[in-house]
Design a protein around this ligand. Sequence first.
Ligand code: NAI
Ligand code: MG
Length: 493
Amino acid sequence: MATKKAPRTAERELLFGNLWDYDPAPETAQPHLDTRYELFIGGKFTKPRSKKYFPSLSPRDASHLADIAHANATDVDAAYQAAANAFPAWSKLPGAERGKYLYRIARLLQDRAREFAVAETLDGGKPIKEARDFDLPMAAAHFFYHAGWADKLAYATPGKNLAPLGVVGQIIPWNFPLLMLAWKLAPALACGNTVVLKPAETTSITCIKFATLLLEAGLPPGVVNFVTGPGDTGKAVVQHPLAKKIAFTGSTAVGKWIQHTLAGSSKRLTLELGGKAANIIFEDAPLDQAVEGIINAIFFNQGHVCCAGSRLLVQESIADQVLAKLKNRLRTLRVGDPLDKNTDIGAINSSQQLAKIQELCAAGVAEGAEMHQPDCSLPTNGYYFPPTIFSGVSLSHRIAREEIFGPVLSILTFRTPEEAIEKANNTCYGLSAGVWTDKGSRILRMATQLKAGVIWANTYNKFDPTSPFGGYKESGFGREGGRQGLLDYAECV
Ligand code: NAI
Ligand code: MG
């Protein structure tokens, strides 16, 4: 292949952005935040029996956004009682009626999408263009999709009937607050269950705002209850005797604790935990597209993505070329104020998560990998980390084994497809993978041998409510989305 001559400096700067300073483009829609958020139990905003509140900060500038109720075990019990009281009537409603509520919720969320997107960005730190163009439309899509299932459950398992499980307890993380809420609520409600849901402590605001939308939709009281608080509130959700199922998305450590706790009980469990996905680039891949795919795979949502392509496996023959292209592309990523419509990489969700990313990057350097970061200035207030790539990484390095959950990519190389599979599967996780190659037969062969729940070919981070999502090994079990996800919220009778 002929190599192109490198463009001259002026031309280069035009192409790669040095001369292009972007004016600030702040999002101006109002998030309509309250200064205090209560629990949502039995269709009412309820003060916590604990009388305690904790602050929710904006990672954008570390400012105080609101106080959030800290639910204790008594509050969680009240939420379960409300859900149990609502269950008989809700589960007996004709599916078409439940479907109407789900449609209404989806439409109301679309109506208020801008407001929710800004609230999500302020509270969680993700770029507004992602909250606006991904989180909100996808959350609405999950309600629309499951609205369609509500009156067609009999078709999900031909020859058998599906019955709801009862009250389900759901615990979600902070990386996609509203979207994870939609992933959890929509299938549970479509099947006729009632719900107690706990959002993550750093991102509770859009969840409690969502309660106003449920009231607007006229959802019967108690069908959905929200309890806010940290890990001890989550424990109470897991341990409550009325829970027929627990659905958890979060860290592998907490997932393991939940599995231990529920062992021997009849409670059902689905776990969606961490990942360390291999994104595998073969030498015949369309390289410029692959580079965009690599960037999207690791820097989407600051890398706070359980299925992020955080381990890049590049075929040795093109490793230098790919690294050079990646370093070039890194310089054009705009890091900073998540409320700016031009921002590609926003704020790290919390100071704790920032400390974890810093610690793992320091370990990468100490263990001998080479760190590459672009020359970019970060805002002085708030929590920020530059897009980072490590080359010269080996499988034993911590940055190749542990989930960093930040904008940090580890690059490893391979020579043969067998070596790529061996390295890709050499992890305790098994959530997702990417394969980039010109050959369809190679994609299929890789897909059958990779131990990962989701495998993308010549693309990455594509989601759809119709497509089941979930993992193997320490990435958890159970599926969300599609017919498979639905079946995790019902039993055959
Ligand atoms: P975490 O697992 O502690 O938090 C997730 C949710 O679980 C939150 O709602 C939290 O309040 C709740 N929780 C915490 N302890 C609990 C317990 N004992 N029982 C029930 N619920 C409990 O995750 P954390 O500490 O925020 O993040 C640590 C690491 O976990 C991250 O750096 C990342 O590697 C991973 N993580 C993975 C996620 C994923 O989507 N797979 C999401 C969030 C974190
Ligand atoms: Mg927050």
